[in-house]
Design a binder for this molecule. Structure first.
Ligand SMILES: Nc1ncnc2c1ncn2[C@@H]1O[C@H](COP(=O)(O)OP(=O)(O)OP(=O)(O)O)[C@@H](O)[C@H]1O
Ligand SMILES: Cc1ncc(C[n+]2csc(CCOP(=O)(O)O)c2C)c(N)n1
Ligand SMILES: [Mg+2]
Ligand SMILES: [Mg+2]
Ligand SMILES: [Mg+2]
Length: 323
């Protein structure tokens, strides 16, 4: 990249989607209004070269698209509507061309357009090695409708919006240099905003989390935040098509601890489950019952036939090998 300012100019959007926007890129900060009837949502997640992607696991377009998708997924996990995003890009002095950086922005815009979000700012700096992309998303949710991890209660049904394990299976083949039909789960995840909105508008008490680190880890987060124990029923967890070709050990490891699936996992009262299932059916979206909540001390278990195994919070942990 030759000139930071010319670069910013070149990635400035030509138009905006949101009536809430007062001004986006071009001043010291963006300005927007949300309205009195909604709460604001803000979240940020970062992707780092070598940790979240390599040049041979994701194209620049896919890196940009996924960096926004993982944040939109966190808004979906609150039941919210994503509105705006800011992008902070740290670019190594060599290895990334301006054309590739523009591709990253084309990927960001592709997902932003899908959800009618406006890019309203960011930051551009240089770094000595490895590209970092950090995205902040701002969203909104009707007051009182937010879906928290702490909402689970004993007797609830545990649900999941789609198959899990596909992203890890795709990554595994990308890292070994071949290809399979799962790579798109890894490279182009789809945040479940529509599903989060159905749940937020359902009038039911719902706990919710998105699956970035694997359903075992996400279940632990709900379990700890709500002070309940969670049982996942092995035979009910949906797998991507064709997963039977892998050993049951491999399959289960990917499904429970693989992560980066960006489906939604949550709980709802048994009495409301049929209602939720019908709302999803009406909207032609899928939702699967995969377990139940118990009145026991926090912990996550998996049941298989008449046995139960304790599941560790094992998914991806950035500091697991450090002190
Ligand atoms: N370095 C940090 N400083 C301040 N708050 C943080 C920091 N890292 C995480 N948090 C906050 O901790 C909470 C949990 O963050 P976490 O990143 O684990 O959730 P997540 O985004 O759902 O998961 P993932 O990052 O795997 O997608 C969030 O409220 C987040 O804003
Ligand atoms: C090249 C490469 N190696 C390994 C992985 C696997 N990986 C990295 S971060 C993460 C969890 C989600 O991240 P976070 O917790 O930061 O949201 C996972 C499963 C990858 N994506 N690319
Ligand atoms: Mg995070
Ligand atoms: Mg999350
Ligand atoms: Mg996240």
């Amino acid at each position: 990249m030759k000139d930071e300012f010319a670069f910013i100019q070149s990635i400035t959007p030509a138009y905006s989607f949101r009536d809430e926007l007062i001004n986006g890129i071009g001043d010291d900060a963006a300005l927007y209004r949300i309205g009195a009837e909604c709460d604001e949502i803000a979240c940020t997640d970062t992707m780092v070269e070598g940790i979240h992607f390599k040049k041979d696991t994701m194209t620049p377009f896919q890196i940009g698209r996924k960096a926004l998708a993982v944040n939109v997924s966190d808004v979906a996990a609150m039941g919210g509507i994503p509105l705006f995003y800011l992008v902070s890009l740290s670019v190594p002095n060599s290895g990334w061309s301006t054309r590739q950086l523009k591709e990253i922005y084309r990927g960001l815009k592709a997902l932003g357009d899908e959800f009618q979000m406006d890019m309203i700012g960011g930051d551009t700096v240089s770094t000595r090695s490895d590209l970092h992309i950090s995205v902040t998303v701002i969203g909104k949710i009707e007051k009182g409708r937010r879906l928290l991890r702490s909402n689970a209660r004993p007797g609830d049904v545990v649900f999941l919006t789609g198959p899990v394990g596909g992203s890890a299976a795709g990554l595994s083949s990308l890292l070994s240099g071949d290809t399979n039909s799962y790579i798109s789960y890894h490279q182009e995840p789809n945040p479940r905003v529509k599903q989060g909105r159905i749940l937020a508008k359902s009038d039911c008490r719902i706990s919710l989390n998105d699956v970035s680190d694997g359903i075992a880890s996400e279940s632990h987060e709900i379990s700890e935040a709500s002070g309940v124990s969670i049982v996942l029923e092995q035979d009910l967890i949906p797998a991507p098509e064709g997963f039977d070709a892998y050993s049951s050990f491999q399959r289960l490891e990917w499904m429970l601890n693989g992560g980066e699936d960006y489906e939604l996992i949550g709980t709802v009262a048994e009495a409301d489950w049929k209602n939720v299932e019908n709302l999803f059916l009406k909207q032609k979206e899928s939702i699967y019952r995969i377990g139940y909540v118990e009145d026991k001390k926090p912990g996550v278990w998996m049941s298989y036939k008449d046995q139960k195994f304790k599941l560790d919070k094992k998914g991806y942990n950035h500091f697991s090998s450090k002190e």
